[in-house]
Design a protein around this ligand. Structure first.
Ligand code: GTP
Length: 597
């Protein structure tokens, strides 16, 4: 294809602002998909995505479009994932485009995540086409939000397009504007091939399907290619485009977007952001921006049935084929038995992984409270990277570092006070504040990642009646006064409950945990003290009083069959009991204590 006739673009939108509906409408209007094939939300394939109404994996689709100049253009729509955990994937999808449609719900206005992705698109020098969607809604306020959008991107309110993805109104005009405003790709056709991977998906039948954007040169079937980050080489078995069903082709040239299949079975061999070149005539420089996926949040995953351990291992291995960011290693917990310490990009990534394990592999799981990664410098000069609080080093500590994020909150200005209060409680630092319009404000904070990844968003939503939106990205680490709090049963630390917290919050954590456990653990034959401690210093204590009589006592000498029944019942119950020292703890207690609500 002549690059002059190609337009590569993506749609930047907040969840529910109508990205998938607009993509569907474009496919339908251009005839890329006929009405019979048309099913709602063509681009979102995964069940969990559809259920939760979020797009996780990006994909590309080719849309042929005859513009007002009567020439037929190839529009490549690259879908971007819609959640903060996947910022890096978003950045690579944007890097594969020359332009972006900024799609905003005309009844809602722009949201924090959209703004963050817009900034990223501007950093990548993309042409931005501002569009208000859902103008068919009675609650739409196109005048108000055109002014807001124009203010943010620096155009005239009249330049903001208005569409209804639902009815199709304005969508053809939008396609024409994409052709008119977004520049065609430029690259060197004769140079050694360079293509950027912006997505990589494992398919049971075809192996890994790698989505690429060719920058220079050309990729052809049967050619041997090389991954520039690892130097590993593969043969291209199939090359094609999604239109939107996978369709084989004779190769991809400058500016083209498509997929390749090499027979590799694991997405870690075909990583997002990597550069593909040809083995015979390799390029000398990789494309910029490649990063190894880096897990940010760790949690222990344990099967509730101990015999499910091998099933869990196989399941994690299978998921890893399609998830370069998922890491895991075996871990044993005195409280929970055999399991795995798993690393995730963020909390949503964790939730999705857990939901898939439970649903697709029929596993019942218990997970420990998620934690971020800490770096500990010791006075003797050694250094520890802590991904599990119970492995926090003992000894003289010189400094502890925790990961930080840069957060953007967008909200009606009525809630500024509540937001400031919340961010202060979470050790946040206000960096700046801007009014987007007279009643909407953008606030920028730096916050410890540990304070934001877990329940921050829920608190933000409830304090702003659901109106605030949030986006954040990691910005390195910062030293902090952190301590490890242990929870002890009869003097014995329960590994699953150890936590690393700020010293000002240690006491609250200790009191809450000991209270919770006192309620959850049944009385034993003897008194059980529950303590929270920092090192040897106890900061909170509760007691479980002893039961006065032995259960069996009243049976002695009595009816033997009744006694056996009672023993059997106890045995049944014991299967679900874990011993911590001499204390029997029902597994239920761990599950309840570890659940966040
Ligand atoms: P994700 O891809 O899941 O992030 O969301 P999305 O941005 O793709 O939103 P989606 O296309 O799923 O649309 C969200 C909701 O808005 C759906 O219920 C759509 O039917 C509705 N919707 C989308 N466009 C329009 C529109 O132009 N008018 C009206 N009235 N509803 C729309």
């Amino acid at each position: 294809t002549d690059p002059a006739l190609i337009r590569n673009f993506c749609i930047i939108a907040h969840i529910d602002h109508g990205k998938s509906t607009l993509a569907d409408r474009m496919l339908q209007i251009t005839g890329a998909v006929d009405d019979r094939q048309m099913r709602a939300q063509y681009l979102d394939r995964m069940d969990i995505e559809r259920e939760r109404g979020i797009t996780i994996k990006s994909q590309a689709v080719r849309i042929p479009f005859t513009a007002l100049d009567d020439r037929t253009y190839t529009l490549d729509l690259i879908d971007t994932p819609g959640h903060v955990d996947f910022t890096y994937e978003v950045s690579r999808s944007l890097a594969a485009c020359e332009g972006a449609v900024l799609l905003v719900d005309a009844a809602q206005g722009i949201e924090a995540q959209t703004l963050a992705n817009l900034y990223m698109a501007l950093e990548n020098d993309l042409t931005i086409i501002p569009v208000l969607n859902k103008i068919d809604l009675p609650a739409a306020q196109p005048e108000k939000y055109s002014v807001e959008l124009a203010g943010i991107i620096g155009c005239e309110p009249s330049d903001v397009l208005r569409v209804s993805a639902k009815t199709g109104e304005g969508v053809e005009e939008l396609l024409n504007e994409i052709v008119r405003q977004i520049p065609p790709p430029v690259g060197e056709a004769e140079a050694p091939a360079r293509a950027m991977i912006f997505d990589s998906v494992y398919d049971t039948y075809r192996g890994v399907v790698t989505y690429v954007r060719v920058i220079d040169g050309r990729l052809s079937p049967r050619e041997r290619i090389q991954m520039m980050s690892t130097r590993a080489s593969h043969e291209i078995l199939e090359i094609g485009v999604s239109s939107p069903e996978p369709t084989k082709c004779e190769g991809l040239g400058v500016g083209e977007v498509g997929y390749i299949i090499t027979g590799v079975k694991d997405v870690r061999q075909s990583k997002v952001g990597d550069t593909i070149t040809s083995l015979n005539r390799p390029a000398t420089r990789m494309l910029e921006g490649y990063q190894d996926p880096k897990p940010m949040v760790f949690s222990g995953l344990y099967p509730i049935e101990g015999t499910d351990y091998p099933v869990l291992r196989d399941a994690l291995e299978k998921l890893q084929l399609n998830d370069a960011a998922l890491v895991f290693e075996p871990e044993t917990s005195a409280a929970l038995g055999f399991g795995f310490r798993c690393g995730f990009l963020g909390l949503l990534h964790l939730e999705i992984t857990r939901a898939r394990l439970e649903r697709e592999f029929n596993l019942d799981l218990i997970s420990t409270a998620p934690n971020v990664v800490y770096r500990v410098e010791m006075e003797d000069g050694t250094e520890h990277v802590v991904t599990n609080p119970s492995e926090f080093p003992a000894g003289k500590i010189a400094a502890i570092y925790e990961p930080m994020v840069k957060a953007t909150v967008l909200s009606p200005s009525d809630y500024i006070g509540q937001i400031m209060e919340l961010c202060q409680e979470r050790r946040g630092d206000l960096q700046g504040m801007d009014y987007l319009s007279e009643d909407r404000v953008e606030m920028r904070y730096t916050l410890p990642m540990a304070e934001i990844v877990f329940d921050f968003f829920d608190h933000l939503k409830s304090r702003t009646k659901g109106y605030a939106s949030l986006d954040y990205e990691p910005i390195g680490e910062q030293q902090a006064e952190l301590v490890k709090v242990d929870i002890l049963l009869q003097g014995e630390a329960v590994d699953a409950f150890s936590a690393i917290v700020h010293k000002d919050k240690a006491y609250t954590y200790g009191v809450e945990m000991t209270k919770k456990l006192r309620e959850l653990i049944p009385r034993q034959q003897f008194e059980v003290p529950i303590q929270a401690a920092i090192g040897a210093r106890v900061i909170a204590r509760e007691n479980i009083r002893a039961i006065r009589k032995d259960v069996l006592a009243k049976c002695y000498g009595g009816d033997i069959s009744r006694k056996r029944k009672l023993l059997e019942k106890q045995k049944e119950g014991k299967k679900r009991m874990k011993m911590v020292g001499r204390v029997e703890v029902p597994q239920e207690a761990f599950i309840s204590a570890l659940s966040t609500d």
